[in-house]
Design a protein around this ligand. Sequence first.
Ligand code: PLP
Length: 329
Amino acid sequence: MSILNLKIDLGFFPTPLHELRNLSNYYSSYNLYIKRDDNSGLASGGNKVRKLEYLMYDAVRKGCDTIITAGAQQSNHCRQTAAACAQLGLECHLLLGGDEPKEFNGNLLLSNLLGATIHFTGDNRKGEDIENVVKILESNGKKLYKIPYGGSNFIGALGFVNAVKELKTQLEEMKLQMDYIFFASSSGGTQSGLILGVDLFEMNTKLMPISIDKEGSNGISLDKAVLELLLAGKNTLKLNTRYSIDDAKLIKGYDKLGYGIISENEKKAIKMLAHHEGILLDPVYSGRAFYGMIDHIEKNKIPKGSTILFWHTGGLPANFYYSKDLYPV
Ligand SMILES: *Cc1c(COP(=O)(O)O)cnc(C)c1O
């Protein structure tokens, strides 16, 4: 049996793939499409469902009763993990950076509503404190399953290998070929899964990962983390590709202000897609990546006549946390 079948159904797949008709008129030299992982289910959508389908399968198979993971307070990954745990009847512990705020909103509010136990971890937003909490829970007899920051280990990345298979089927049905795929990359699972999937399913498309967070995680840069996932994946999937650091590169420069700092760029992108198509982005990830895409188009960095896919990775609830930065837009 293929490793790609070792998953639990948690979301709504395939997610829709459709043309951005008004924007394709606006940027008339390009054909623009969107892949709607913002409609993937699990407490308001996002790309983490794809990873969680594989991670939760592994957790349940190992007989674990408690899931622990980490992120920023507005982590979509943590919100979706909390929802998956609720669905599967597992206990959920979230380690979130910063101090307990006076008011809960956005993803933090939702994680709380979904029943997760929240531990605030100050400056550490990438799971640096996980072992301390694990020890305490284990001494209370819990059987823990640790999900890394962003769900980005090889098991999680399988969700995006499988996503390429899903995309390939949709494109065949629609008689389309994508020349470029733009998406937000931050903890490496989405990017490495897409790279492996494009190679495994022999798609002729150029991936355009927009870097969201200029800092790496756990002391290594994101391109190195992506390369490690590629090397792990290539063996398991029996691919002959030789991966080097060049294959793991991200498009830098749109992340200059740092993670979660909203500028005119993200606002321009959010407004553009909302006003032309009635589709909402988020200011941290998909808004930054969408800006990267329109900037490439406007600066003629993409050959005219190209067909371009934007992979919407979700993030809607964060808009409510960043309301002060987004009004008036
Ligand atoms: C986590 C996330 C990403 C980035 O995915 P990674 O696999 O962590 O690189 C992009 N967009 C949204 C909305 C996310 O929550």
